[in-house]
Each structure stands twice: as C-alpha cells, then as structure tokens.
Design a protein around this ligand. Structure first.
Ligand code: ADP
Ligand code: MG
Length: 218
C-alpha cells in the first residue's frame, strides 16, 4: 500500500519535472516560421543517412548535421507527406522541442542547436531543418555488425543507461528505441540517443498537432 502511494507521488513528481522543463523549452523555441532564418540548402541526393524512413540527414558544416523530415506520422503510422512549409515547421519543432526537453532532463541525446530554413536545390522549396551535432556515421546497428568493436561493452552499457534515463520520463515505450537510433561516440565514451519522434513524455500531448496548442493549456 505504502509502496503504491510512493509510486503515485513519484509519478506526479516526474510529470511536474517534465512540464516545468517543457515550459522552459517552449519559452526558448521559435513560435512560428517568422522566427526562422534561411541558412543552408540541401540536395536530396546528398543525404548521408542509411537508416530512417521519415527523414533525411545532411552534412551542413563541419561537426553539424541537418535533419529534414519529409514524412508525417500519426502516432506510429504513416500519415502523409510533409508537403508544406507549415507542416514541416510543426513536425520539426515537435522533434526539436522533445530533444531539448530530454537534454534538460539530463538524458544523453544528440545536442541540438537550432531549427532553420533550408532550400531544396532540386525544386527550390523551403523546408525546416533541425541542426544537431554530427555524431558520426556509426549507429549501434553498424557497431554490432562491423569492425568497430573496441569499446563494444562500454557502448552497450552506456546505451542501456541512456535508455533507462529516458524511460523514466516517458508514458510509453517507444517502438523504435533500437540500434539505429543510438550512436556511440568513442571520444566522449558515450552513446547518445537520437530521433525523438516517438517519445511520449509523461504529462505532455502525444502528437504534434496537440503539442502545437499545448502551451495554451499548461
Ligand atoms: N546527430 C546525428 N549525427 C549523425 N547521424 C545522425 C544524427 N541523427 C540522425 N543521424 C542518422 O540519420 C538516421 C535517421 O535519423 P533519425 O533521427 O533516426 O530519423 P527517422 O525519423 O527518419 O528515423 C539515423 O539512423 C542516423 O544514421
Ligand atoms: Mg530513426
């Protein structure tokens, strides 16, 4: 019984912590497209990622990659193409804010710098781009298969640690907390989590279309 009361109060404490950090994230984030400047361009042929079926990654400058999301999800389902700049803003900010939130909560995630506008040089269309630290090309998926195994045990234990830190704040287990969404950075001796698309935080709305209005009813 006492255990249950403890569980409930810790559940509410976690929710409170998440919402407080989220308010801070939202406070610092661009509110609309007017808050963004055009900084890079990209050619879809130059994508650097082998994994990921909702977005493409580009190397934008030394040490930085940019993520352009081109498919929209409804929960875990494919919902349609990101066919407008407004939609691109919504889905990109949703992921950006959640990565920021996770880092405020001390979860090791890829460091996120900003969301900017980037032009697709093939069709001249503008899209939002999430700019992050370039963590290298070796996700844990490759790490399993290829000859990168110097720090194998450390990479995996660091990954387990990162996942359990994240899970504490989530309402549900994400369907893709897998090896293609984690990157081991040998010089940091740390595995970072990437791809916040399916992270549903306790006390926060589930999808971007709710998240958009969330700050009105915090
Ligand atoms: N910060 C990063 N540094 C280097 N590569 C990255 C980074 N973030 C993502 N990637 C690469 O891009 C792929 C797709 O990114 P991800 O965020 O998982 O997109 P998706 O939503 O399409 O799954 C990853 O599997 C990884 O290979
Ligand atoms: Mg992914």
């Amino acid at each position: 019984m006492i255990e249950n009361i403890r569980d409930i109060s810790s559940y509410f404490n976690v929710r409170k912590k998440v919402r407080k950090a989220y308010e801070q994230v939202i406070d610092e984030s661009p509110r609309d497209l007017n808050g963004l400047s055009e900084k890079y361009s990209f050619n879809p042929k130059d994508k650097i990622n082998v994994h990921g079926c909702f977005s493409n990654l580009y190397s934008v400058e030394k040490g930085k990659v940019g993520k352009v999301i081109y498919k929209e999800r409804n929960g875990s389902f494919f919902h349609g193409m990101v066919d407008s700049l407004e939609k691109s803003f919504d889905v990109t900010m949703y992921e950006f804010n959640k990565l920021k939130l996770a880092s405020f909560l001390d979860v090791p995630v890829s460091e996120t710098y900003e969301v900017i506008l980037a032009k697709n040089v093939l069709n001249e269309e503008l899209r939002c781009m999430l700019v992050m630290r370039d963590l290298g090309r070796v996700t844990l998926g490759e790490y399993y298969r290829e000859d990168y195994r110097g720090d194998y045990k450390l990479a995996i234990s660091s990954w387990e640690d990162a996942k359990s830190k994240l899970r504490r704040f989530l309402a549900y287990e994400p369907i893709d907390l897998n090896e293609s969404n984690a990157i081991w950075v040998p010089e940091d001796k740390q595995t970072y989590l990437i791809d916040s698309a399916f992270w549903d935080f306790k006390g926060l709305p589930k999808y971007w279309y709710d998240a958009n209005n969330f700050d009105n009813n915090i």
